[in-house]
Design a protein around this ligand. Structure first.
Ligand code: DNO
Length: 398
């Protein structure tokens, strides 16, 4: 696989020159300054591509070209926004950037409650505490009927939490769940939103009456509309699984498991309609056998995120070090993807892979990086995955 790295553009303190030094081959980025729903012009795309290429790297993947909420919930501006999306796609195609990651999660791009959960060795990772998330839902968001979505054990934990929760604790939860994790991914809420909870409630209301079937129909409608452009420019679309792959906040989620993946691939049976195999997100669902999913869907996978989660008996999950304890066997996944490329007569570099979230370590915590995107932690993980790939490639080529 091609070794890529998520880079947040010219303002990223981790520079392209630094990335070349650590063996990165391709860049994963987006035009983060273009507001969600606006067209990515050929001029802006070319500027970014040329900047990357001037450092002898290539722009391998767009992560993400965001799908506007109105496309997801089928609002009145849906067709207009789809036309804009198609224009952005054809501009990317003209510039030769042909792997596009996106997600179809309503409102919330991804969810964590703790961004610096101590690992006990001086490093920290991202963490999802189910009880804290339920507390946010029930006592901060005050979503009608929220209690019904949690089991008795989690509700007991919420009651315990309530006894010790402080205003600062509540603020931290809001910040982690809907501000810090969302702002930098072109989310709906930005760091300077003065009333994020209220904005968030309004966003959730947009999905009143949209169930799983309706969201699936909207995804199919959207995919069918954009496939002709993808065919014309040979663009591979790859949806990111829902993170975590669970139903949350009463919202429908439709990329969570084997049946969901099969559904969207079959609904639009075009090889340009594919998957971002995010091992981390999939492994956060105890129902997913991640290795089995990789075997099944390797040939429709256009982009790989290597990461693994450890799921606790109480429903919490923790992001584990890449070669540490976790539910996705990353060595086996590398073997499956490398072998699939070989079996299909494809170049090893034809499939971009990036290490995903990694620990904060060795001073990362002071750098203000976007949540999950440390430098030292990711560099270590990339070195580990690079080593795994080298061994697997030798094994496969024997
Ligand atoms: C978080 C990421 C997501 C991902 C998008 C893809 O770290 O995994 O924000 O980039 O969901 O559209």
């Amino acid at each position: 696989m091609e070794k890529t790295w998520r880079w947040f553009g010219p303002k990223d303190p981790i520079t392209l020159d630094m990335l070349r030094q650590i063996g990165v081959e391709g860049i994963v980025t987006a035009l983060h300054h273009v507001p969600n729903g606006e067209v990515w012009t050929l001029e802006e795309i070319t500027k970014m591509r040329d900047l990357i290429e001037s450092h002898e790297l290539r722009w391998s993947v767009v992560e993400s070209l965001p799908v506007s909420e109105e496309i997801k919930f089928a609002g009145p501006r849906r067709d207009e926004l789809i036309e804009k999306y198609k224009e952005s796609l054809s501009n990317l195609g003209k510039a030769g950037v042909k792997t596009i990651c996106y997600n179809f999660m309503p409102v919330l791009d991804w969810a964590r409650t703790d961004l610096e959960y101590p690992n006990g060795d001086g490093t920290s990772n991202l963490y999802f505490n189910r009880a804290e998330f339920a507390y946010f839902d029930i006592h901060i968001l005050k979503r009608t009927g929220a209690e019904k979505d949690y089991d008795a054990y989690t509700l007991d934990r919420v009651d315990e939490l309530r006894k010790t929760m402080t205003p600062e604790g509540e603020h931290r939860l809001v910040d982690n769940i809907i501000v810090k994790t969302q702002g930098f991914v072109n989310g709906n809420i930005s760091e300077d939103d003065t009333a994020p909870v209220e904005t968030f409630r309004q966003l959730l209301a947009l999905y009143d009456g949209i169930d799983k079937e309706a969201l699936r129909a909207n995804m199919k409608y959207w995919l069918e509309a954009i496939m002709p452009v993808c065919d014309e420019y040979d663009i591979n679309m790859c949806v990111h699984p829902d993170d975590p792959p669970l139903q949350i906040l009463g919202l429908p989620r439709i990329v969570t498991c084997d049946e969901d993946i099969k559904w969207f691939l079959d609904a639009v049976p075009n090889r340009h309609n594919g998957l971002t195999f995010c091992a981390g997100s999939l492994s956060a669902g105890a129902h997913n056998d991640v290795v089995d999913l990789a075997r099944k869907y390797a040939d429709r996978t256009h982009f790989v995120h290597l990461r693994r989660c450890q799921v606790m008996p109480n429903g919490d999950f923790k992001e584990a070090p890449h070669l540490g304890r976790g539910r996705a066997d990353l060595v086996e996944l590398v073997r499956i993807f490398e072998k699939s490329l070989k079996d299909r007569g494809m170049e090893r570099k034809a499939l971009p892979m990036r290490v995903d979230h990694a620990p904060l370590m060795l001073g990362d915590e002071k750098m203000g990086y976007n949540a999950g995107y440390s430098f030292h932690g990711r560099m270590l993980a990339l070195g580990q995955m690079d080593g795994v790939m080298a061994v697997i490639d030798r094994e496969i080529d024997k």
